[in-house]
Design a protein around this ligand. Structure first.
Ligand SMILES: [Zn+2]
Ligand SMILES: [Zn+2]
Length: 84
C-alpha cells in the first residue's frame, strides 16, 4: 500500500529546492540570493559574500564558464546591459 504522504513530501521538497537557495559562502538560506553572473551556478546573499568566496570559487567558475554556451554568455551580457 503506497504511503499517502509520499507525493506530498516530494512536492514539498521540490518546492523548497526551487524557492530556497543557500549562500555559497555563509550558508544562509534566503529567497533573495543573487547568482554569480559569470557561471550562474553559485548563489550569494550579497556582494560581500561573493567577494569573500571568490578565491575558492574562481577555479570552479572558470571551468563552468568554459562549459556555458556562447548563446548563454551573450544572453547574460544583454541582461546585464538591460538592468544597468
Ligand atoms: Zn552569504
Ligand atoms: Zn561563478
Amino acid at each position: 500500500m503506497p504511503d499517502p504522504f509520499d507525493g506530498v513530501m516530494d512536492h514539498e521538497a521540490l518546492r523548497n529546492l526551487a524557492m530556497t537557495r543557500e549562500c555559497a559562502y555563509c550558508r544562509a538560506k534566503s529567497e533573495k540570493l543573487r547568482c554569480c553572473q559569470a557561471c550562474r551556478s553559485e548563489w550569494y546573499c550579497g556582494a560581500e559574500c561573493q567577494w569573500q568566496h571568490w578565491p575558492r570559487h574562481r577555479t570552479t567558475c572558470r571551468s563552468l564558464m568554459a562549459v556555458v554556451s556562447l548563446a548563454g554568455v551573450t544572453a547574460t551580457i544583454l541582461l546585464n546591459r538591460a538592468s544597468s
